[in-house]
Design a protein around this ligand. Structure first.
Ligand code: RB5
Length: 146
């Protein structure tokens, strides 16, 4: 799968770990930065990753900051993005199956690297179930129009 990734300084180390893991497992990653530990603003990276997903350049996005909260708030401002802040494997599967989430957010200061890799694997391998969930996604999409 083609995946857009981005982080701020608070999520840089975990972003690099995740990127290596995903590439080793056959995914193609477009890395939108940041490229080091210097302080940057997370909305800039949320915007780059989410625009890549919405345009169809990439299929899913992964955003990492210190808590994952800033990234998820910023990502969900972008039309067409359904971003889930994740800290467990159950929710990683459920948000794909029920919410058709297209971006996942993680907090490097919250979730250890081992768990983060499991969360990403579960998110990327789980499918939207459609059915009764589709009309709820349609309602979310309508909220964007108001
Ligand atoms: C940066 O210090 C920190 O505020 C950021 O990474 C993130 O946690 C914001 O939500």
């Amino acid at each position: 799968m083609k995946i857009a990734m981005g982080s701020d300084h608070g999520g840089f180390t975990l972003k690099e770990t995740l990127k290596s893991h995903l590439e080793e497992n056959g995914h193609e990653v477009i890395d939108f930065g940041t490229d080091g530990p210097s302080s940057v603003d997370y909305p800039d990276y949320a915007e780059k990753v989410c625009k890549s997903v919405v345009s169809g350049e990439t299929e899913k996005g992964i955003l990492v900051c210190g808590t994952g909260i800033g990234m998820s708030i910023a990502a969900n401002k972008i039309k067409g993005i359904r971003a889930a802040l994740l800290s467990d494997v159950f929710s990683a599967r459920a948000t794909r199956q029920h919410n058709d989430a297209n971006v996942m957010c993680l907090g490097e200061r919250v979730v250890g690297a081992g768990l983060a890799l499991m969360i990403a694997d579960e998110f990327l391998s789980s499918e939207f179930e459609g059915g009764r969930h589709s009309k709820r996604i349609d309602k979310i999409t309508k909220l964007e129009e108001n």
